[in-house]
Design a protein around this ligand. Sequence first.
Ligand code: ADP
Ligand code: MG
Length: 348
Amino acid sequence: MPRFNDYRHKKTKSQTHFSWIGLAKMVPAMLLLSLCLSGCRGQNPSAQISDVGFYFDTVVELRLNGTEDQSLIDKCFEKMGQYEALLSRTREGSDVWRINHSAGEPVEVSDDTAALITLAEKYYELSDGAFDITVAPYVAIWDFTDNPGKVPAAASIAAARIHVGFPLLHLDGNTVTLDDPRASIDLGGIAKGYIADRLKEYLVGEGVTSGFINLGGNMLTIGTKPGDVSWNIGIRRPFGEASDVITTVKVNGLSVVTSGPYERYFEKDGKIYHHILDPKNGYPVWNGLASVTILSDSSADGDALSTSCFVLGLDRGMELIESLDGIEALFITDDMQLHYSSGFPISD
Ligand code: ADP
Ligand code: MG
């Protein structure tokens, strides 16, 4: 696993210098003015900046085309730090930490946390309980971020079962109450997508028209690549090397999010124990799926749906995707077969 310091400050910057003065002489002043009024702070059509960091326990990468304004990237990293401090389950004082330590008392949370819980409720219902942020007691028992390979005692998982279930949680405005003092929440299945959406909103508001936000494989594109070329996003071969791509998908401005066991797991006695858990029994989901990739406008939707569909399995997951407008999916089964939803833009 890459370490924090290896990544936080790696920057690349490539730009061709361009003579704005020469251009200004060639085009009417009014045209130049109107271009800049549409938000072109630091813009340069052939510029590209990118940076890599480590947030949310994963490597994150930003790339912006058509600008050389590094402050945009710096601001995004600052926002990631703020979201991490708000939404981490383990960071003392975060909204999620305060909910989980509330001992049944009401807790006031930020608008972002309230919005995320509202969205999580929507996906709890849509997925018939497969997506459930109250799996946190199980997440804590398995501790996949720091577990070298110890399968928890079946009794401890069984004992946690009565403290899991979305109906234990109530949101009223910005007030969260857990009926059971031992219930808790984990936003790891949806937060990265939500944060990617907020970062894109910020960047687009600052006039960025091309780039991508990659939060640990949770990929959200902005516009197209320079020259109106689609982004060609690689979908990783499950359990392959990070650079081993099983297929690619061309998108413009869409989110491409994948959930798979290979992202966080250990192997014991030939069995893969991984971080996507079945809320009904507290064990990793073993249903013949190796990954689920979701294409959607909103990355929060994609994130919640990739986790939901992984838990639901191929048949029920595909049924859910086909019932939703504007969402497509690729399910990869253990035998490395690719199963596409009906509107998926399959590569030639
Ligand atoms: P990643 O975090 O690798 O992008 P996912 O989006 O699929 O992967 O989210 C998996 C994370 O979501 C787990 O690490 C855990 O924190 C949480 N989680 C696990 N099972 C569920 C579930 N059934 N519903 C909601 N969240 C879950
Ligand atoms: Mg997810």
